[in-house]
Design a protein around this ligand. Structure first.
Ligand code: ADP
Length: 797
């Protein structure tokens, strides 16, 4: 203080200048004791506007200045002067500035002298600054990031609430603590100690450059460790050059670190468990952009060992047909709200080898608590074999379905088969069928691209001469499959019939070809040629096996078709024979009947006694024969679709009584009482002769299979329909015989016990159905049978 009064006032008696003069100085001055209580102060200080309260001697310094972080910092600095004896020059404050100097007694600091000056700015400007500072303080206080300001010694001079919360320290504990403080127990990411002079703030100070994204683990007083991501910036000094301190911001990444640690553990575990499996793994780290693939993944992606993949390449190798779908799944997985997991199957085209492989991919995206992608990891498995097997099974089942359609339209079926083959397992397909004369006409062909179909048609005109000149003929000739993995130019030349043919082959551009014979029943029925034109597609043994299986099935169908055709022809012949035979038989029978009638008429009474009964027997046998021949004739008519009806207006009960009358002898011989209650007449429009035939069949069957038991006949009218039932109490029919009763030659009894051709019910059913009615049977063995016929009174149409 003395020094300050020397010089210009040297002629003055310095000792005489009263201390009051200093106390009248236009700058606030205060003397403070070691307890930081105001001992003396001058007038200027008392008159300052920025002070918190009216000042009085003995007032704690803490109450002199307005409360808040700024004052806290000021007090802390003042405290530093007390403990170090080092003064601090002007400290700029919101409302003014303060300078602090120690007062010594010898070496000991006994008190402090504070110079306080208000800012010269007008009040309004100060308010504005204060307001913006307040706003800034509020923002800093509200931040979830911790903010700390340190001075050039590394001591904390400011910290916000988030910093206290994250570090587990109160403001008081934080203020003044330096980076060197051993209580931080700071560690680096690898767990090694983080020395104080290398803390980001200290580096920022030393190097004068920002230190960004530094990770530090800090031990809280409660023993827990918090992981922080730290940014530290140097604060330029008043000269704008050397830093006067640093500001540090940091946020909690503990969860992220824990997730990463968990990930590492599970990765390790996975790696171990995968060591012997055929699963490839990959790992994408968005922070580093690194995409790591293990050697198996590279193999599955058709990449050379050590190849460096990236995400873009992964997308580009996905088969075009699967790409959009796969990309959609990836997009979904990368949204944290979707849980991160995925499980998909897609095809890839090998990066180097160009091989198409089916991949089953599973994996997970990992996010931090802010939803930022941390890692994207996954496994890949080659499922090509399974997919091929599935596709083959699907294809074969489709092909079988096609073959099971109608047998009599072979050419259409083969045409459709060719289309199916071309669309599923190759690019184009030709099917040839061997003829009896040994020729091999190509009956069906299909190309995956419809526009190329005409080329295929043209190629059929080139007929090779010798088996060795064509894979088609070769397969038929030897009965063995031909697999031409690489359909090279040289092979094309060998097979080409002429230059035009070769040109056509080159236009069609098959890269791989196979021909398989269609064999069944010890015969080669033809062959199937399959060609692959896709650049990377080559047929292999597995393709050949599939084609052979297909050819076998087609061959079987063709064999069945041949047998069916033969059977049909045989049936046709039989029907023709039946028709001719029954016509032929009818003529002598008619003549025989006539002869019998004439004999009957010409018999004298004596001879009638002798031969009358025999003649009647002979006439009955002729009747029976006639009826059998009629049945055969009907069957052949039905077979040829010539069972014509001649309907007339008629009454059913009358016809029924007439038939019963006619069969009275049959009933009598069988020992059957027929019970037909009085029934009102039922008029309808039917063919009486055909209806007669049905009634005779049902009634005579009832007598035949229900001998000795009564027969019940009923007729009922139900709206526009009539229902006629014939019930016997005879042998009945076993349930398993019921379904074939109405079919041609359908018999349910042994020939030894019962005669009959098994045609009556078949003919009856045809007649009833032609009349738009139906016939059914209910029966139980040994309990009897009921045959019911329902007929519309008038058939429609
Ligand atoms: P069949 O001339 O052999 O009698 P049908 O076509 O009239 O020919 O009858 C077919 C078969 O149905 C018979 O062989 C017999 O087994 C069975 N059947 C027909 N009617 C009866 C019935 N009323 N009771 C038991 N079985 C019957």
């Amino acid at each position: 203080m003395n020094g300050a009064l020397e010089g210009p006032a040297s002629r003055l008696d310095v000792e005489a200048v009263p201390l009051e003069v200093l106390w009248n100085a236009p700058i606030g001055i205060a003397l403070v004791d070691r307890r930081l209580q105001v001992v003396r102060f001058n007038r200027a200080l008392a008159g300052l506007h920025g002070l918190h309260a009216r000042i009085w001697p003995g007032m704690p310094l803490a109450d002199v200045f307005p409360p808040g972080g700024e004052t806290q910092e000021l007090l802390w600095r003042i405290q530093q002067v007390l403990s170090t004896g080092q003064p601090f020059p002007w400290l700029e404050l919101e409302w003014g500035r303060v300078s602090c100097h120690p007062l010594h007694e010898g070496m000991e600091v006994v008190g402090l002298c504070l110079y306080v000056e208000e800012l010269p700015e007008p009040m309004l400007a100060r308010e504005v600054v204060r307001e913006s500072e307040t706003r800034l303080r509020c923002i800093v206080a509200a931040l979830s990031e911790g903010i700390i300001v340190q001075d050039a010694t590394g001591a904390i001079t400011f910290s916000n609430e988030a910093a206290s919360r994250l570090l587990g320290l109160t403001l008081e504990q934080l203020l003044g603590r330096t980076s060197m403080d051993p209580r931080w127990r700071a560690v680096r990411e690898d767990g090694s100690p983080y020395p104080g002079d290398e803390h980001p703030a200290m580096l920022a100070l030393r190097m004068g450059t920002p230190q960004l994204d530094k990770v530090m683990g800090v031990e809280r007083p409660d023993g827990t460790r918090v992981w922080l991501s730290i940014n530290a910036l140097p604060l330029p000094g008043s000269d704008g050059q050397s830093p006067q301190g640093m500001v540090t911001s940091f946020f909690d990444i503990t969860q992220r670190k824990e997730t990463e640690a968990a990930l590492r553990v599970s990765e390790e575990r996975l790696r171990m468990s995968l060591a012997s499996a055929t699963i490839g793994t990959w790992d994408y780290n968005p922070a580093t952009g690194e995409f790591l693939c293990d050697p198996r993944t590279l193999v599955l992606f058709g990449a050379p060992p050590g190849h460096q993949m990236d995400c873009g390449q992964l997308i580009s190798i996905i088969h075009p047909e699967d790409r959009e779908r796969t990309e959609q799944v990836i997009q979904r997985v990368l949204r944290p709200e979707n849980g991160g997991g995925y499980d998909i199957e897609y095809r890839v085209i090998g990066i180097q080898d160009g091989v198409e492989r089916w991949i089953s991919a599973q994996g997970r995206a990992w996010f931090d608590e802010q939803g930022q992608l941390l890692r994207f990891t996954g496994t890949v498995v080659d499922i090509t074999q399974r997919k091929r097997a599935e596709a083959s099974a699907r294809f074969l089942s489709e092909a079988s379905g096609l073959l099971a359609e109608r047998l009599d339209r072979a050419e259409e079926i083969l045409e459709r088969m060719a289309r199916l083959v071309a669309s599923s397992i190759c690019t184009y397909c030709i099917i040839g069928v061997t003829r009896a004369d040994g020729r091999l006409p190509r009956v069906a062909a299909a190309h995956r691209e419809a526009s190329k179909h005409s080329l295929l048609q043209r190629s059929m005109f080139f007929v090779p001469k010798a088996p060795g000149r064509s894979p088609l003929l070769e397969a038929v000739h030897t009965g063995k499959s031909v697999l031409i993995r690489e359909f090279t130019q040289e092979i094309r030349q060998r097979y080409a019939v002429n230059s035009e043919h070769l040109e056509l082959m080159n236009t069609m551009d098959a890269h791989s070809v196979m021909t398989v014979p269609m064999r069944a029943g010890g015969k080669v029925h033809g062959m199937i040629l399959l060609a692959a034109c896709t650049p990377l597609r080559r047929f292999d043994e597995e393709d050949l096996a599939l084609a052979e299986e297909l050819a076998h099935r087609v061959g079987m169908s063709l064999e069945n078709l041949r047998l069916y055709e033969e059977a049909r022809q045989a049936v046709g012949l039989r029907d023709e024979f039946l028709s001719v035979a029954s016509h032929e038989l009818k003529t002598p029978l008619t003549s025989l009947k006539l002869q019998h009638a004439l004999i009957g008429k010409s018999l004298s009474p004596e001879s009638r006694v002798c031969v009358g009964t025999r003649l009647s027997n002979a006439m009955r046998q002729v009747e029976r024969l006639t009826s059998l021949v009629d049945s055969l004739l009907d069957v052949s008519r039905i077979g040829a679709g010539r069972l014509g009806l001649e309907p007339v207006e008629m009454e059913l009960t009358a016809l029924l009584r007439e038939v019963m009358e006619r069969l009275s002898e049959v009933f009598a011989q069988a020992g059957c009482q027929v019970d037909f209650p009085d029934t009102p007449p039922v008029h309808g429009y039917w063919d009486p002769l055909r209806l007669d035939q049905v009634l005779v069949n049902l009634l005579s069957n009832a007598a035949k299979y229900g001998a000795g038991k009564p027969i019940h006949v009923s007729v009922a009218l139900e709206g526009e329909r009539t229902r006629l039932a014939v019930r016997d109490e005879g042998i009945g029919i076993a349930p398993e015989d019921l379904p074939r009763l109405f079919s041609r030659f359908g018999r349910a009894v042994s020939e030894r016990h019962y005669g009959g051709l098994g045609l009556g019910l078949f003919i009856s059913k045809q007649i009833v159905e032609a009349m738009q009615g139906f016939i059914r049977v209910e029966s139980e063995p040994a309990r009897g049978s009921t045959f019911t016929v329902e007929l519309p009174l008038r058939a429609r149409g």
